[in-house]
Design a protein around this ligand. Structure first.
Ligand code: ZN
Length: 166
């Protein structure tokens, strides 16, 4: 396990598509452990592989207060969505910026666990929001892409004032 450096906006790696996992081996589990360790150290509730410059279709999530309910999502795909909710979000790759976007209220996600077992989760609330944010990362999409045109301009101005993100 290792703490990995987190890539920040506008690093182009954050826009790259990820590759589906086909081998459920020790290397995958070690990587997931490192991704989780990096997420916990940064006090995040989710972290996706492109954020640590690895282009595998995997992400880890833990929305529990005790930080002991980690979920590993391997090859996740959202296959059903319903409703809309406002969601105030931030991102470890855009430190210091938060804004409100719209997300689906409920989702169904199909994926595997780290041993390759097929899983399906129906989620709502914070878990649903967090999965949508992380699966977006696996498709090269950032939460700021969902901002209205006006808010996008405000973000650009904020970024200019901020200088390079660390
Ligand atoms: Zn993020």
């Amino acid at each position: 396990m290792a703490i990995l450096p987190i890539s920040t906006y506008p690093d182009p790696i954050l826009r790259e598509p990820t590759q589906e996992v086909t081998r459920y081996d020790k290397e995958l589990r070690t990587f997931l452990d490192s991704l989780a360790e990096t997420m916990y150290k940064a006090h995040g509730i989710g972290l996706a592989s492109p954020q640590v410059a690895v282009l595998k279709r995997v992400t880890v999530i833990d929305i529990s207060e005790e930080r002991n309910e980690r979920i590993d999502l391997v090859n996740p795909h959202i296959v059903w969505r319903d409703g809309k909710v406002p969601s105030e979000e931030g991102c470890l790759s855009i430190p210091g910026y938060r804004d409100t976007i719209k997300r689906s209220k409920e989702i169904v996600v199909q994926m595997q666990d780290s041993s390759g077992k097929d899983l399906e989760i129906k989620a709502e609330g914070l878990l649903s929001i967090c999965i949508q944010h992380e699966v977006d990362h696996l498709d090269g999409i950032l939460f700021i892409d969902h901002l209205s045109r006006l808010k996008r301009e405000l973000f650009k101005r904020w970024l200019k004032r901020q200088g390079p993100l660390e």
